[in-house]
Design a protein around this ligand. Sequence first.
Ligand SMILES: *Cc1c(COP(=O)(O)O)cnc(C)c1O
Length: 225
Amino acid sequence: MSDIQDENTYIPLNDVRQAMDKAAKLAGRESGDITLIAISKTRAADEIRPLIEAGHRVFGENRVQEAAEKWPQLRAQYAGLELHMVGQLQSNKADDAVALFDAIHSLDRPSLVKALGKAMRKAERTIPCFIQVNIGEEEQKGGCAIADVPDLLALAEEQGIPVTGLMCVPPLGLEPSPYFALLAKKADELGLKALSMGMSGDYEAAIKIGATHIRVGSALFGIRD
Ligand SMILES: *Cc1c(COP(=O)(O)O)cnc(C)c1O
């Protein structure tokens, strides 16, 4: 773990960037229209810094507490950082989330939408959000049911929350492309532009199907423990 601090440590940022370019080109898209979110969950600040020093600015975390422990200090040290919340969010952490993050990818239920609306009004800070969709209709998985997306979107609008798009994590071990395509279709039907989909194993496929935000952890930082 600690040897990543070694200044000779190779950071695969350029490899990921090149793969993004290639996938975008094949799809007739501009890779500049795709945001690479480096998912830094479980990584210490010292493991994150080399990526920031290499010029990367957009990161994602999946826990409020962990983000609060790492990012205020990093923000004090580096300008222009953008932090995305990609994990399940408890309503009682809405105030903290609005203070810490610049975007939230996990709107998935009415109680959370109301809590975030209230938190944003209180903080006088409005941050863009994605509705997380349980695209494989999996029992245990986070995200709102596909059929419930329109109502949740309407509630978010009522709460003054800018919903920019949809987010999904397809079922593990299955070919992800049909799920990405379904998410893209839903977003299109609802007039939503952004698509947060694609992780280390499948971001190239996601880009070909229209991902605007890819969430890449282990391909940048190595396999998590
Ligand atoms: C951890 C995580 C990722 C990144 O996963 P990798 O396979 O390490 O790229 C992306 N999205 C979410 C929601 C995650 O929790």
